[in-house]
Design a protein around this ligand. Sequence first.
Ligand SMILES: Cc1cc2nc3c(=O)[nH]c(=O)nc-3n(C[C@H](O)[C@H](O)[C@H](O)COP(=O)(O)OP(=O)(O)OC[C@H]3O[C@@H](n4cnc5c(N)ncnc54)[C@H](O)[C@@H]3O)c2cc1C
Length: 321
Amino acid sequence: MIDRPDSIVIGAGMSGLAAADALHREGRTVAIVEASDAVGGLARSIIVGGEPIEPYYHHIFPQDHETRDLIDQLGLSGQLEWRTGPMAVMHHRRTFPFDSPLDVLRFSPLSVLERIRLAAATGVQLFRPDRAHLDRTPVSIDGPRWFGRRGYETLWRPLLEAKFGEHADTIAMAWLVARIRQRGGARKATGDRLGYLRGSLGALAEACTLIRRMWTEDDLFDFGGRHYQLRGAACEPKPVQRPHPPFVIGAGGERSALRVVAEQADIWNCPSRTAAEFRHKSRVLDEHCAAIGRDPAEITRSIPVLVPPGTRRRPAPCSSS
Ligand SMILES: Cc1cc2nc3c(=O)[nH]c(=O)nc-3n(C[C@H](O)[C@H](O)[C@H](O)COP(=O)(O)OP(=O)(O)OC[C@H]3O[C@@H](n4cnc5c(N)ncnc54)[C@H](O)[C@@H]3O)c2cc1C
């Protein structure tokens, strides 16, 4: 902890971290105060099945210049992937594609007239001249006026509620119009592709290396990784298992996660649902092992078998190959 920082940033969400980074680049010493036990705020990551994912969906639009500049400055541009992000709306447990005006016209929970009004009003939002005033207009008032009450209640309101909860009705119409324009702009700029930062599996690989060293080395050591930096690291007493407890990694991502499994795991837990999928992922793991010169037989392979209570069917045998 810095004793007397030049600046203090409250909150380690994306805004706080970006502000701290900008201050640091200006040569200031910065302390960040974060109330929770994780950094990243709404855009933090959690590990699920060995892969980092965000608790809330996030993507980067082509016109998000500030975010893209920051990614550049941090040297992460190589990790930014542009992928097609198809959208769908779930209504009464049925999903409806929602990528084009044609999809709006096919949205059968509404009558034909309601669909035409919804599609036309959504298109008009792209060209509204009165956008300057929309900051003060709640979507719950302006939305039904444009999209029709049923169009608003059936399509937009559930989406707003999912995102903003009890505040859904007080959100400004400007927000919704900006989202419609942003998505329309993305379609024009990249053929509807959206940017995603590839998950940082490097952190998992580094953590495994670091932990293995702490479990096995007697002397204090320094570790200067990209994600973790330690000085004079040690772990005493050492674990009872020799040479160290096995690393069990549950992962299925073929390009990056299985590479980490090949490099680090003693036991691999493959999240496959079918024997064919297990065999396929197993082959991919073999290829990663061959690429780094590791004997694939050193890695014990396992799968989770889920048996719902009361089921009479036997799970398909997966682990034989
Ligand atoms: C469902 C959903 C989807 C989204 N999708 C996208 C998207 O696709 N693209 C996009 O660009 N944006 C998206 N966003 C918006 C994006 O997540 C936010 O704009 C961004 O993460 C906000 O960052 P922030 O740092 O301003 O705030 P936050 O992420 O809220 O961070 C604030 C931080 O401050 C901490 N804090 C609060 N009070 C204190 C205190 N008193 N002391 C110390 N710490 C404190 C909090 O614990 C938190 O870590 C989405 C948001 C949601 C909810």
